[in-house]
Design a protein around this ligand. Structure first.
Ligand SMILES: [Fe+2]
Length: 250
C-alpha cells in the first residue's frame, strides 16, 4: 500500500519532531502494510511552516539514508501539502513548494473553517497550466461540507480527491465522518491516506478498512490505497472507482 499523505519529514511542521520519531512511525506503517510513504510537509504562508524545497530535500536524504542503514525496505517520496494560496505558481517557480516528485500533481489543503474566495478560478488556472491539484481531506472543511456539489464539480474538472482514514473512523468529529462516508459511497474519492503526523493508528485504519470493505469490497480498498496512488506516482490519471461494481468483482 502507498500512503499518499504523511507528516513524516522530521522537524519541519507539526508532524514528526525527530529523525528517530520518523523512523519509528515508518516502521509502524510498514508493519501495517505500507511500503511507500509520500512525505507532505505543510507549507502555510505567513506561519512557521514554510521550509523550502532545498531544506526538505536535505532532510529527505537524511531520512532515506537512515532507513537504508536500518534495512527498512520502503520508498519515501517528497512532496508538500500546500495551504490554498493564490500565488502557487510563483511559489513553485521560486522552489518554495514542491509538486509530487516527477509528476504534475500538487497536494493542496484549504482552510478548515472559512469560505475561500477565488477558489474555483485558482483551480482552473492551475489545471490550465497542467498542474493537477490533489485536494486533501475535503471532508474536514466547512467550504466543502456545506456544499458537496463543489466536490462534484472538482471531480468533473479532473481534480483529485483524497479522504483521510481518520475522518472515516471519527477522529475529526461526526460531520467529517459523515461527509467522508458520503463521498466514498457516491464514488467521489480517488485516494485514501492516513495523514499520519507522529505515529500510525492501527485502530483508525482498521475502522476505515471495515467501512470501505462493506461498501466496495477489498477491490475498493485496493484501488484507493494501491492502484490509484501508483497511477499518480507514475504521473497517470487515477480511476474514479465505482464501488458497487468493485464490490462484486473477484
Ligand atoms: Fe496533512
Amino acid at each position: 500500500m502507498i500512503d499518499m499523505h504523511t507528516h513524516m519529514l522530521f522537524g519541519v511542521d507539526d508532524g514528526s519532531e525527530s529523525l528517530e520519531e520518523s523512523i519509528k512511525a515508518i516502521k509502524e506503517g510498514f508493519a501495517l502494510g505500507f511500503n511507500t510513504f509520500v512525505l507532505t510537509p505543510h507549507y502555510i504562508d505567513e506561519t512557521t511552516y514554510t521550509s523550502n524545497v532545498k531544506a526538505n530535500q536535505k532532510k529527505h536524504t537524511i531520512l532515506k539514508k537512515a532507513l537504508n542503514e536500518k534495512q527498512i525496505d520502503v520508498n519515501i517520496i517528497l512532496a508538500n501539502e500546500v495551504m490554498f494560496n493564490e500565488n502557487i505558481t510563483s511559489l513553485l517557480d521560486d522552489k518554495e513548494i514542491k509538486q509530487l516528485t516527477n509528476t504534475n500533481y500538487l497536494i493542496m489543503e484549504i482552510p478548515r473553517v472559512s469560505i475561500i474566495n477565488n477558489f474555483k478560478n485558482v483551480i482552473d488556472n492551475l489545471m490550465f497550466e497542467n498542474i493537477i491539484p490533489i485536494i486533501v481531506h475535503p471532508e474536514r472543511c466547512y467550504y466543502f461540507n456545506s456544499n458537496i456539489d463543489i466536490i462534484k464539480e472538482l471531480v468533473n474538472k479532473g481534480t483529485i480527491i483524497q479522504v483521510n482514514t481518520g475522518s472515516i473512523a471519527g477522529k475529526h468529529g461526526k460531520t467529517a465522518s459523515k461527509v467522508a462516508k458520503y463521498l466514498l459511497k457516491n464514488n467521489l474519492v480517488h485516494l485514501l491516506a492516513t495523514d499520519s503526523h507522529h505515529s500510525y493508528n492501527a485502530l483508525e485504519l482498521k475502522k476505515a478498512y471495515k467501512f470501505v470493505r462493506r461498501i466496495g469490497g477489498n477491490k475498493l480498498w485496493e484501488t484507493l490505497f494501491t492502484k490509484n496512488p501508483q497511477l499518480i506516482l507514475d504521473n497517470q490519471k487515477p480511476v474514479l472507482p465505482n464501488r458497487k461494481a468493485l464490490k462484486h468483482e473477484k
